[in-house]
Design a protein around this ligand. Structure first.
Ligand code: SAM
Length: 236
């Protein structure tokens, strides 16, 4: 289901040690045709919303996430941005009773993986296929006609261990699963293990992902984002 409670206290230090480039992600989203409001699905600790809001305080932003511990950090980070709302919800069942001009997810719930050569594939934090269908249907209901859905593109996953800025060692281990993969996350302080998280991810080929999106009125648009940090879909 994608619960990040275990990692939440260390999430920022791991991510800001070079895991994601938040300035580049914000540039990419803001390169889209003008929009007045946006929704981030799986906003985590609010690092992307904060970067976006510093550049565009005029855009109303909503962040939703499953994990309350992540949202608590987002709430503290974003307290000075009065045009940002946060909401704890599961994408499978969420209903915010409103529609958005643009929705995006970067590493949250759904994302694409590309090695730059083969066709990208979609990765989901939702292990059950029926949950993916239901979540996408709920998401589509939050998108106004002609709005955009952007799903972030990441490089291939692999096992590694590296020091982060607080001196601890972050590591991740990928194991195969029938419909995708299992990812174990660890943080060690010397020999002491200070964090462990285990998530199961489902994989969809590009063709399967596009078919699921089409079912809920979301149409793939090639080259919508010129820097290829996101794959874009337009709501009919
Ligand atoms: C890797 S973090 C990405 C956070 C943020 N987008 C960022 O770039 O830092 C993934 C987030 O997706 C959230 N998530 C996972 N499954 C979810 C679900 N079913 N509904 C809503 N959020 C979910 C997790 O709680 C977590 O905060």
């Amino acid at each position: 289901m994608g619960d990040y409670t275990n990692m939440s206290a260390y999430y920022d230090v791991i991510m800001t040690s070079g895991y994601y480039d938040y300035d580049a992600i914000a540039d990419s989203i803001l390169s889209c045709p003008p929009f007045n409001n946006l929704l981030e699905i799986g906003c985590g600790t609010g690092l992307i919303l904060d970067t976006l809001a510093q550049r565009r305080p005029d855009i109303h932003m909503t962040g939703m996430d499953l994990t309350q511990a992540m949202l608590d950090i987002a709430s503290a980070r974003l307290k000075h941005h009065r045009h940002i709302s946060l909401c704890q919800a599961n994408v499978i069942t969420f209903d915010l009773q409103r529609q958005f001009d643009l929705a995006f997810s970067y590493g949250g719930v759904w994302y694409f993986v590309s090695d730059g050569q083969n066709e990208p594939f979609m990765v989901s934090h939702l292990a059950e296929h029926s949950d993916n269908e239901q979540g996408l249907a709920h998401l589509a209901r939050h998108l106004s006609s002609n709005s955009l859905l952007l799903l972030g593109i990441q490089g291939p996953h692999h096992d590694y261990a590296k020091p982060i800025s607080n001196g601890m060692i972050y590591s991740q281990k990928i194991s195969p699963w029938d419909h995708g993969f299992i990812k174990d996350y660890f943080l060690h302080d010397g020999t002491e293990k200070v964090m462990e998280q285990n998530l199961t991810y489902r994989i969809y080929s590009m063709r399967e992902a596009q078919a699921m999106m089409e079912k809920v009125g979301l149409h793939y648009e090639a080259d919508l984002i010129k820097d290829h940090r996101f794959i874009g879909f337009r709501k009919s």
